[in-house]
Design a binder for this molecule. Structure first.
Ligand SMILES: [Zn+2]
Length: 358
């Protein structure tokens, strides 16, 4: 058995006392790939942190070769703030100031804002030095949205690596597009070219993908178990562990890969209190399944809300803008036409060249 060593990255930014970012280094002492996993770059996205904590003792036992680096809290200042960014305040939306989003600042800036300064230290003193062969970045969507893995659409290795995660949905994503958008909006306060960490890995000969668990500001057993399975699968995929990948029979739905998908929003016919019927996002529902009941506060009537088609629950629950930011936005009282669920299915058709993505 290999012991995981606790190591530290010292972080000193302007007008803050120095702190240390703790991480585990599990080195087999044998040649092989290096797998890096980071979680909680956004301080309210902590499902992956718990998955990493449970995965670490498994890694100590099962590592055959190479090295595993686990960073459960990649952005401690945001964690201590219990919100997405270092400077986020009460009920402030995630994207209010894009410059505060550490994930839009790479490679960071020693003279920039606090997120940019932290990014600069993390990237130069840790990430670039490690230069892992494989990298997984763990995030969380709000609790109404299903978990998915995000692979790089331009990198077949990334798509294959993300498949090992066995998540309900695998989305394809253009990392380059992220960069392009930021630059277009003039968000960059430096002369550096912005990039995402998975993109840097790809451009430096490695393979990466990102994960979105379901649920911010919380730790749920379902997501953590999904996360531990994903980490074990990915360690097996890289050859660091031995064994067969698990959960590969529940074929993930691929969202955008030359295939046409259909998404239907289930809306409230009247305003009322929406009581869910025990499903959770990512579940497969059949046409006619009872998704929940709507309790009309004006007439006290009950309205049954049924699935209009079969497919996966992409969204489930009375959900609206800023859910998981403001408690009121998580309230089960829906306005008329409020979204109660969203169902996605694969039409089985290929997207025509001129066809728009849905
Ligand atoms: Zn995130």
């Amino acid at each position: 058995m290999v012991r995981a060593k606790v190591k530290y990255l010292p972080v000193k930014i302007k007008n803050r006392p120095e702190y240390r970012m703790a991480y585990w280094d599990i080195d087999s002492g044998r040649e092989g790939p290096c797998l890096l996993v980071t979680a909680a770059l956004h301080g309210n996205e902590v499902q992956g942190s718990e998955a990493i904590r449970r995965f670490c003792p498994m890694a100590e036992k099962k590592i055959l070769k190479g090295r595993i680096l686990l960073v459960p809290f990649a952005n401690p200042l945001a964690l201590w703030n219990r919100r997405p960014h270092i400077v986020s305040t009460l009920a402030e939306p995630f994207g209010k100031e894009e410059k505060d989003n550490i994930n839009r600042t790479w490679p960071g800036d020693p003279d920039g804002n606090e997120s940019e300064q932290v990014a600069h230290i993390f990237f130069n003193d840790f990430f670039k030095k490690v230069a892992p062969t494989y990298y997984i970045d763990l995030h969380c969507y709000n609790r109404f949205t299903l978990a998915c893995s995000l692979a790089d659409e331009k990198h077949p290795e990334s798509i294959e690596f993300a498949e090992a995660a066995a998540f309900p949905i695998r989305r394809l994503f253009s990392w380059d597009q992220v960069k392009g958008k930021e630059e277009k909006k003039g968000l960059s306060s430096t002369n550096h070219k912005k990039f995402s960490l998975p993109q840097w890995i790809r451009d430096n000969g490695g393979t990466a993908f990102a994960v979105e668990f379901s649920g911010q500001y919380e730790i749920t057993e379902k997501e953590v178990q999904r996360g531990v399975r994903m980490l074990c699968n990915c360690a097996k995929y890289t050859g660091i562990f031995r064994g067969r990948l698990e959960g590969m029979n529940d074929k993930p739905m691929i969202y955008r890969e030359g295939r046409e998908t259909r998404m239907i929003a289930v809306k409230a016919p009247v305003a009322g209190l929406f009581a869910e019927n025990g499903f959770s996002n990512g579940d497969f529902v059949r046409k006619g399944d009872l998704l929940g009941t709507l309790f009309d506060d004006k007439t006290l009537k009950t309205i049954k809300i049924k699935a209009p088609m079969e497919g996966y629950l992409y969204l489930y629950g009375s959900t609206r803008k800023r859910c998981d930011v403001d408690l009121a936005a998580m309230h089960p009282y829906s306005d008329k036409d409020g979204i109660l669920a969203s169902i996605i299915s694969d039409t089985g058709k290929k997207i025509k060249k001129s066809g728009k993505r849905r």
